[in-house]
Design a protein around this ligand. Structure first.
Ligand SMILES: NC(=O)c1ccc[n+]([C@@H]2O[C@H](COP(=O)([O-])OP(=O)(O)OC[C@H]3O[C@@H](n4cnc5c(N)ncnc54)[C@H](OP(=O)(O)O)[C@@H]3O)[C@@H](O)[C@H]2O)c1
Length: 263
């Protein structure tokens, strides 16, 4: 345990799905030993978290979260941010850690009403619950990096337009899950027992993703072609997908995401 983890109180405005992921990640993989204050809304989740973990306390009000925390995670939906942030008094000046996709640092700074606000953006994802996955951060922030070091792989990003590209990329999560499920469903359609289809598809994609982990960019770009046998089965699927423009369509949609989230 390090000092920052023991002496910090982290508060959450919005105790939704991603807040729960971050709290579980901090308390298990992250070995966070300070206190966690959560807002009451989504009461089933906030109460359950406080029953499961002695260090998680449900705050009576959102203002109590702000006043009692060194770091306040803003984890409400984008269209809730204005009402939630502008209703609060930020004179206690906590670090504001926003996980809201598409809300720039300048906008968060305006909403909290302090030009000197210490605002950081982070993109957590569900696997951070188990200490896995990337954690892009803008701007780089030593204390947040230290606290979340074991919750995921911190990727410090120094300009916000580049950070938006990471936000855009995170939108592939649903597409990926659908691909894994589609493969399992296709196997079932062709006679494989559901439990075997699910076991095969999940283990297949998990292991293949593992093969790519840490590859340098140039090698990554060649991985698909490098696995092919001339005239083989993998070649047939890959070449067909390329010919049909599947990968171009994915990039086009990511471009559309960027347009949506950039100011
Ligand atoms: N889910 C992900 O994988 C993911 C990943 C990265 C970033 N994010 C970002 O994280 C944010 C939250 O996403 P989510 O999936 O966790 O959404 P969510 O499950 O809907 O959580 C939003 C939470 O905010 C609460 N809330 C709404 N108004 C509030 C208020 N006035 N005071 C206190 N709490 C309030 C909601 O409570 P009620 O249920 O009572 O309305 C709910 O608990 C979004 O901005 C999203 O862009 C999500």
């Amino acid at each position: 345990m390090n000092d920052a983890r023991a002496t910090t109180t982290i508060g959450f405005l919005g105790t939704g799905a991603i807040a729960e992921v971050m709290i579980e990640g901090l308390l298990t993989a992250g070995a966070f030993d300070g206190d966690i204050l959560v807002s009451r809304r989504s009461e089933h989740r906030s109460l359950e978290l406080s029953e499961r973990h002695a260090s998680v306390l449900v705050a009576p009000t959102n203002q109590a979260v702000v006043d009692g925390s060194d770091i306040v995670v803003v984890s409400v939906l984008p269209d809730q941010a204005f009402d939630v942030l502008t209703a609060l008094d930020w004179r206690s000046a906590p670090t504001v850690l926003s996980v809201i996709a598409g809300l720039e640092v300048e906008r968060v700074t305006t909403l909290v009403g302090r030009a000197d606000a210490d605002v950081v953006r982070l993109i957590p994802m569900p696997p951070n619950r188990n200490g896995l996955g990337p954690l892009p951060m803008f701007p780089p922030h030593e204390r947040i990096a230290e606290l979340f070091a074991d919750v995921g792989t911190i990727i410090p990003v120094t300009d916000e337009d580049t950070f938006s590209t990471f936000v855009g990329s995170s939108a592939l999560m649903g597409f990926f899950f659908e691909l894994v499920a589609t493969n399992a469903a296709w196997m079932e359609d062709n006679g494989v027992a559901p439990e075997h289809a699910a076991a095969y598809s999940t283990a297949l994609f998990h292991s293949l993703a593992g093969e790519t982990l840490g590859l340098p960019a140039q090698e990554l770009a060649q991985t698909a072609d490098a696995c092919l046998t001339a005239g083989g089965l993998n070649e047939q699927v890959l070449f067909s997908a390329r010919k049909q423009g599947l990968f171009d369509a994915v990039k086009d949609e990511l471009d559309a995401i960027l347009e949506r989230i950039q100011p």
